[in-house]
Ligand binder design. Structure first.
Ligand code: NAD
Ligand code: IMJ
Length: 250
């Protein structure tokens, strides 16, 4: 990844999957630009950027078109080689009660932040990816299977995975590849709040073919592969990095 510039969106703290991906990209020689959602996390993202050997840090709230436009306009004239989209959000109450209770506003919010944002970001980034490039997003098994409490996030991930295919089809002629990594459960800030998360991790460790839970570093290495020339033949796909859990019937 030497000489390549990658935008990493979704670092909030050192447990973020995006931070693990950023570390692996730096190890492979990439230059990084990190984006953060809100003032609340700016300071900690700046500290993490220093630990990464000096990535630049920029505000980009993907729920606001102006914020996306503002961030990418700062990059005019600079070539981009990759984007990591590691962002999701739903109202906590929609992950705590039956899916049937999901209201219009909560459904719209989850799909907007977690799925539409990939389309908006890809549209803004594509003109800067003048030598082609890679876009990687993060998904979860709940996109295609029913996982208790995942609810509206599952519907959002289904939309995200379909968006990956449509974007890959349209951006392929420009040699821009678009893929998702479906990661197994990892104890990040977005997962910590989920009730019984520890028992989900125990189940995966007991039953997955590899008999262990997914490590952020494993997800990160697959992201590097997909963004690098090693992944040059792969687009529009969902690659599972989940200890093989998704192959199980019972
Ligand atoms: P995380 O909380 O560290 O990351 C989520 C990120 O989304 C945060 O950095 C947050 O600031 C960002 N975000 C939310 N709303 C935003 C907005 N409007 N604009 C910009 N950024 C916004 O948790 P994580 O587990 O690292 O999640 C990263 C991705 O991985 C998510 O897409 C999640 O669905 C996916 N994923 C997580 C797991 C898991 O078990 N942790 C498994 C599979 C997939
Ligand atoms: C999330 C909810 C329910 C079950 C879940 C998860 N399982 C896993 C997750 C089994 C692995 C984590 N995950 C894959 C996510 O995509 C999480 C997204 C998320 C989490 C929160 C918690 C805090 C909040 N809003 C959120 N929005 C999205 O307020």
């Amino acid at each position: 990844m030497q000489g390549k510039t990658v935008v990493v969106m979704g670092v909030a703290n050192r447990w973020s999957i995006a931070y693990g991906i950023a570390q692996a990209l730096v190890r492979e020689g990439a230059s990084l630009m990190l984006t953060y959602q809100a003032e609340r996390v700016k300071k900690s993202v700046e500290d993490l950027a220093r630990d990464l050997g000096g990535a630049s840090v920029h505000w980009c709230d993907v729920s606001q078109d102006d914020s996306i436009a503002g961030f990418f306009s700062q990059l005019q004239g600079r070539a981009l080689d990759g984007i990591v989209h590691s962002i999701a959000f739903a109202n906590k109450e929609d992950l705590d009660r039956p899916f049937l209770a999901t209201g219009r506003a909560g459904f719209s919010l989850a799909l907007d932040v977690s799925a539409y944002s990939l389309v908006a970001v890809a549209r803004a980034a594509a003109p800067l990816m003048t030598s082609g490039g890679g876009i990687v997003t993060l998904s979860y098994l709940g996109a295609t299977r029913v996982v208790p409490n995942y609810n509206v996030m599952g519907v959002a991930k289904a939309a995200l995975e379909a968006s990956v295919r449509y974007l890959a089809s349209e951006l392929g002629p420009q040699q821009i590849r678009v893929n998702a990594i479906s990661a197994g459960p990892i104890k990040t800030a977005s997962a910590r709040a989920i009730k019984d998360f520890s028992s989900i991790l125990d189940q995966v460790a007991a039953r997955a073919p590899l008999r262990r839970v997914t490590d952020t570093a494993e997800v990160a290495d697959t992201a590097v592969f997909l963004l690098s020339p090693l992944g040059r033949g792969v687009t529009g796909d969902v690659v599972f990095v989940d200890s093989g859990y998704h192959i199980l019937g019972i």
